[in-house]
Design a protein around this ligand. Sequence first.
Ligand code: NDP
Ligand code: MG
Length: 389
Amino acid sequence: MQSITILGATGSIGASTLDVIGRHPDRYRVHALTAQQRVPELAALCARFRPEVAVVGSPESAAALSVLLREADVRTEVAYGEAALCEVASAEECDAVMAAIVGAAGLAPTLAAARAGKKVLLANKEALVMSGQIFMDAVRDSGATLLPIDSEHNAIFQSLPQSYSRVPAHHGVARILLTASGGPFLRRAVETLDAVTPEEAVAHPNWVMGRKISVDSATMMNKGLEVIEAHWLFGAGAEQIEVVIHPQSVIHSMVSYRDGSVLAQLGNPDMRTPIAHALAYPERIDSGVEPVDLTRIGQLDFLKPDFKRFPCLQLAYSALSAGGSAPAILNAANEVAVQAFLDRRIGFRMIDQLIAGVLERMPGAALDDIGSLLDEDRRARETAQSLIP
Ligand code: NDP
Ligand code: MG
């Protein structure tokens, strides 16, 4: 029996994780569930999964949650704030942590789980993009097990040799082929992109996801963050990671070997597959997802990405090459820009311009401690805010 903490339980990944866990009450129980402000949703999850602890973002939310739990006769302990998130992510009673908070807010608890040597199921790519080497060092030093949830990285992980040890050349790996759907604007005339609304941008053709990652998919910043994520997870250089647009989202990524073999993982676009894979690894369990019906899909297409249509992808490659704090600055500027777009303060094309403006003003520095990294993150956010008209 494994005891799981789910950071970001009320989100899209949180819901898929609880769906898989709910199918296997003999294997998994829930230690803690967390949310930021969706209190009634979290109360309902506590009533169903009976965690020992629930964490929310503020004292007001904690008070409201306590009332709802008392009314429902649920004995879950309630806490709030970042220290409580770190506590449930590193608690002795917990074996595995699903890191599914969106954005930089997930860094501290995800890092706490890594430092405590937990099995870390990583959905929160922003945490790894920001902290890169610091995060990977924490995993190595504590002996934590890091398993990718992002569908592409989970597919790459499944297509690499079992004995893979973060040196691609030693395993005959030539390239990683990171697939991308291209999002909702793959074929829309570039001149019309400035007029797109948040509703159009979050309407992803293949995946149902939270709003922030949906906008990232529309700009392809999501793929840019994933290039950086793949660099850290698999020890591959930027030149070894190639993005391939595959609009059907059936192949979730591939590994190309020196001998000409290309290994891929296929499946329906449903996050319960990578979640079940990582939860049970190295075993396999039922996820509730039907196997892909290839004859019904009929055709799989592949295209090269157009960097003019998707400047964010180029910005991410440049930040990876620049190294140091550049990926953290890219991520912070992107979070501010996406929120400003969702709030209708800037147009869609302004997202990449804003990020480029921040990267011009802040070239990034070599950093090796979390305090300096968080300072860079804060400065990048202030710079991005100052560039919003
Ligand atoms: P959602 O927006 O659906 O959920 C985010 C979760 O994080 C919610 O539980 C939310 O709580 C909580 N949260 C938000 N802000 C904070 C904060 N400041 N402090 C603490 N908790 C907070 O996001 P997704 O589930 O779509 O994505 C989660 C992560 O997984 C992201 O990093 C994303 O990139 C990654 N990912 C997601 C995929 C997907 O299919 N959705 C696929 C691959 C990766 P509340 O509900 O109370 O606001
Ligand atoms: Mg992905």
